[in-house]
Ligand binder design. Structure first.
Ligand SMILES: [Zn+2]
Length: 247
């Protein structure tokens, strides 16, 4: 696990159990400590908790699930006495697919997973004004994706909407994804973090946007070879309906 300070009040925890980096992002405000995504289970979230306990002991925690996929929500059970916030559809998807995902990916469980659903959901946005933290619906990678904007530090946590080298498409509504990425470009942000990226700038948004637009236009030759090929092929299979579900 790597720990990186971001801006004046952010901490990025990056884990590598899945063979790709996966992030948990913490924002420390006057009133609360926000934990965005809970990774693979209660055991692996304990160092994050310990870190928070040492630095910010006693402050109420607010947990956020960027979307419903298993690699972002399995640690929720450690936080049953806290607010756990997500999009309404994220909770629905967890209820629908959670058990199947748990069985399918059980090799990655870190601790005993008790599927724990969000206890506060929204459809459009929710703003903690005193903390300058905004959560808002940003459908893209999935329909249930939300982003978290630290308005104080101008940091955007974009969940799996931003990926290297190109995003995984798991929603067929590409126009919606394009709207979300174009919206990111208009934000007054300097640091952008995806669910599996490092600390990025707007170039990654532009690159991901270029890809999604080209998929929509059917102009994807440049993504059919090299580092993109495998991701792109999976996306095409998904979009054409031959693959039931990706991770
Ligand atoms: Zn993910």
């Amino acid at each position: 696990m790597e720990i990186k300070n971001v801006g004046s009040r952010g901490t990025l925890f990056t884990f590598h159990d899945l063979g790709i980096p996966t992030n948990v992002y913490v924002i420390h405000t006057e009133q609360h400590v926000y934990i965005i995504d809970t990774y693979l289970g209660p055991d692996i979230m304990k160092p994050v908790n310990q870190y928070i306990e040492e630095l910010y002991s006693g402050k109420p925690l607010i947990i956020v699930n960027s979307h419903s996929h298993w690699d972002h929500v399995w640690g929720n059970s450690l936080y049953t006495s806290s607010l756990i916030i997500s999009h309404t559809r994220c909770k629905e998807n967890m209820r629908k697919d959670g058990l199947e995902e748990l069985e399918k990916h059980k090799a990655y469980k870190r601790g005993q997973i008790i599927l724990t659903y969000p206890n506060l959901t929204f459809t459009d946005k929710i703003c903690f004004e005193e903390d300058s933290v905004l959560m808002y619906h940003t459908p893209g990678h999935t329909e249930d994706e939300i982003s978290v904007l630290d308005l104080h530090d101008k940091v955007l946590f974009a969940g799996d909407n931003l990926e290297r080298p190109i995003p995984y498409l798991m929603s067929k509504n590409l126009n919606q994804y394009i709207n979300t990425l174009e919206g990111y470009l208009n934000l007054d942000t300097e640091i952008i973090i995806g669910g599996h990226t490092g600390c990025e700038d707007k170039n990654l948004i532009r690159h991901n946007l270029d890809y999604v637009k080209k998929v929509l236009l059917g102009d994807t030759t440049e993504f059919e070879s090299g580092e993109y090929a495998e991701y792109h092929k999976t996306n095409m299979a998904w979009l054409s309906g031959f693959v039931a579900k990706k991770d």
